[in-house]
Design a protein around this ligand. Structure first.
Ligand SMILES: Nc1ncnc2c1ncn2[C@@H]1O[C@H](COP(=O)(O)OP(=O)(O)OP(=O)(O)O)[C@@H](O)[C@H]1O
Length: 651
């Protein structure tokens, strides 16, 4: 086994550092610094009102009626002789409280419903959207007047009502953010590891909604303050409370004779609303500067959709073959069809394929991009995106036809019976959590282990996949790992539940060429050690030669050829297979070249990894010579298969 000794990134991580950097960047902008300071001052004044206020805000001093500013009363007295400054200070508390109640109500109603609508889609989404649209079409002011009239103008209840009418904004924001995040690979990875929807939402999705919600709340706070003042100005919501709106109402009535009485509360309200608005938009700039517009997966889905419109042929024939009885198979797909709803109608992208994998067998699924490899394995895992669905005569996993199972029972297979290793390690790890948390979470939640058991298992698995300092890696965040280490971590997670089937979707594509070889070597070792069935998706025949027993060649959603690796290389039946083999080997580095590259420590992880263990260093490039009688060495073919070290390929 090869080991990985590449040092962890020296970047001084930490989540608090990340949060600090947003605050720092906010403060670096004059607009951010000023608005934040103003708001901090207002909040401070509101909190310290009992101590700062020189007089009781409702105390009437007749001699001070309409008095001009003086040393005793810096802002003068109002029409009944109450101290204006004291009323403004207490008004800050009441106005902020009103805004807080409204925002809290909106958050409580809008966020969970938006989360559920975005995550579950379907009927939940439709019902949520319908209620949200309905609320927006109700004339809010009429409802506020009714509530005011029936509750004695209770300010808190009025602000709760305003919060209800502002909840659709939070609903829509949360829903759209979740829709974008739901497709992220680390969410799929969490699902594959068997975590419940509730847990995935609470731990992995809600964090992504956090930043937009903060921005929205800053903007909404200003609006809520304005609405509250508007209500008080109209005489609704607290005639006796010293709110700024009530003060404006009073000042408005004596505007011609005592304009200052209107000026002070208007200034306080205007400055507060402006500060919230500027803070919200500056926060938006600061946070969005880091946010990618489209994730790679989203771009890929769009490209795939476009390709599907142009090229997917409609065919009804079924293709493929089987090798063992259904009950003896590790996996068996019978007449699997996958379709997608697209704006142009329904498109079938996998056209009735049949294949199986025996326990302990390594099956390669090969084909060019868009041939349906990923859709096939996503159907196995029951992880097709929402717009896609499959039909099949049967899907056997571990000798059981899982098409008869409920969605929930089917999900239980993930992490237990089936493990999944994705294509891109980095995007499959949640950047907000340590590796230790991400490895132990499914072990505790899905496998019912205690904290210490889960930790022990995770450490053992990290050690097993060649991580030399598992304790340190457990404490690391994904960005501190190299791509190869991250993939090892995901492999550790996939095998931690001891699955009988391991599905690897192009597990080495995103990795450096030398690290690819190490990861393939590791997969082969693990598969042989635990006698797992391994389904490996690739577009590279080098990988097939290296690791597979049998191979399925796919093209445009159908199986072109299916056979043991030897015969496929020796006598490919279809021209397409022949072309794929030639394309995989064309331009491949020779074994000697590859060994030289490995020896020179070209790979990020290889310096000590490969070299550390004689026999698995350069020899870690899995291939012909490494194991006589296996891999490409055993493959009679048109050319010696030099580990398929294709420049663009997997190895
Ligand atoms: N969300 C989607 N909506 C519509 N069609 C889709 C969607 N996802 C995939 N497809 C179509 O399914 C077909 C098979 O895609 P699949 O992802 O299985 O290809 P692949 O062989 O795994 O390719 P790659 O090696 O690029 O991942 C593609 O032609 C694509 O157009």
């Amino acid at each position: 086994m090869t080991t990985t000794t590449a040092p962890l990134s020296a970047r001084p991580d930490t989540r608090s550092g990340e949060r600090g950097s947003v605050l720092r960047r906010l403060l670096r902008r004059p607009a951010g610094a000023v608005s934040l300071s103003v708001l901090a001052l207002i909040v401070l004044v509101a909190i310290l009102a009992p101590w700062l206020s020189p007089y009781d805000p409702n105390e009437v001093i007749l001699s001070q009626a309409r008095a001009l500013p003086s040393w005793e009363h810096p802002l003068g007295g109002d029409t009944t002789g109450r101290d204006v400054l004291s009323r403004l200070i207490w008004g800050a508390q009441i106005t902020l409280w009103g805004a807080f109640v409204a925002i809290l109500t909106s958050l409580v109603l809008g966020v969970p419903s938006g989360l559920a609508a975005g995550y579950y889609g379907g009927a939940t989404d439709r019902i949520g959207t319908w209620i949200s649209d309905g609320l927006q079409s109700v004339p809010g002011m009429v409802i506020l007047l009714i509530v005011g009239a029936n509750t004695g103008n209770d300010l808190t209840l009025l602000m709760i009502t305003i919060g209800i009418f502002m909840a659709p904004g939070y609903f829509r924001l949360t829903r759209s953010t979740v829709l974008a995040v739901r497709g992220e690979m680390y969410v799929d990875a969490a699902r594959v590891s068997g975590l419940t929807d509730l847990r995935i939402m609470a731990r992995h999705v809600i964090r992504q909604v956090f930043a937009p919600l903060v921005i929205q709340s800053a903007l909404t706070a200003g609006i809520a303050m304005g609405m509250q003042a508007g209500l008080q100005f109209l005489g609704i919501g607290g005639g006796t409370t010293p709110g700024w709106g009530a003060a404006m109402n009073e000042g408005f009535q004596v505007m011609r004779t005592d304009p200052l009485l209107l000026l002070w509360p208007s200034l306080a309200l205007g400055i507060s609303i402006a500060a919230f608005a500027v803070l919200g938009s500056t926060l938006g700039d600061v946070i969005n500067a880091k946010t990618p517009v489209l994730s790679r997966r989203q771009r890929k889905a769009i490209e795939a959709e476009n390709a599907a419109r142009g090229s997917a042929p409609a065919t009804t024939s079924t293709t493929g073959s089987i090798s063992v009885a259904a009950v003896d198979s590790a996996v068996r797909l019978e007449n699997l069809r996958v379709s997608y709803e697209t704006p142009d109608g329904e498109v079938e992208v996998v056209h009735g394929i049949t294949l199986d994998v025996a326990p302990g067998e390594v099956l390669g699924i090969v084909g060019e991009s868009g041939s349906g490899k990923s859709q096939t394995v996503f159907s196995m895992l029951d992880l097709l995106p929402q717009s896609g669905y499959y039909t099949a005569d049967a899907i056997w996993i571990g000798g059981e036809d899982v098409t008869t199972l409920s969605k929930r029972d089917r999900a239980r297979l993930l992490g237990h019976e089936i493990g999944y290793i994705p294509q891109e390690p980095m995007t499959n790890l949640d950047p907000s959590y340590t590796i230790g948390y991400q490895l132990t979470e499914p072990l505790r939640a899905v496998h019912g282990m205690s904290r210490s058991e889960a930790r022990e298992r995770a450490l053992a698995m990290l050690d097993r996949v060649g991580i030399v300092d598992p304790h340190r890696v457990m404490k690391s965040y994904p960005h501190e790992l190299s791509g190869g280490m991250a993939q090892r971590v995901l492999i550790a997670g996939a095998i931690a539940g001891r699955p009988s089937v391991l599905v690897a979707d192009e597990p080495t594509t995103a990795l450096d060429v030398t690290v690819q070889a190490e990861v393939l070597e590791l997969l082969r070792e693990l598969q042989q050690e635990d006698q797992m069935a391994l389904v490996i998706v690739t577009h590279n025949f080098g990988v097939v030669a290296d690791i597979c027993d049998r191979v399925v060649v796919m093209r445009s959603g159908s199986i072109v050829e299916i056979d043991d690796v030897g015969p496929i290389f020796a006598h490919p039946e279809s021209d397409y297979t022949r072309e794929l083999i030639a394309a995989s080997l064309d331009g491949a580095a020779s074994r000697v070249e590859l060994d030289a590259e490995v020896g020179s420590g070209a790979g990020a992880e290889l310096g000590s990894g490969a070299g550390a263990e004689p026999g698995s260093g350069a020899g870690a490039v899995p291939g012909v010579d490494a194991e006589p009688g296996s891999g490409a060495g055993a493959v009679p073919g048109p050319e010696p298969v030099s580990a398929g070290a294709n420049k663009e390929g997997d190895v």
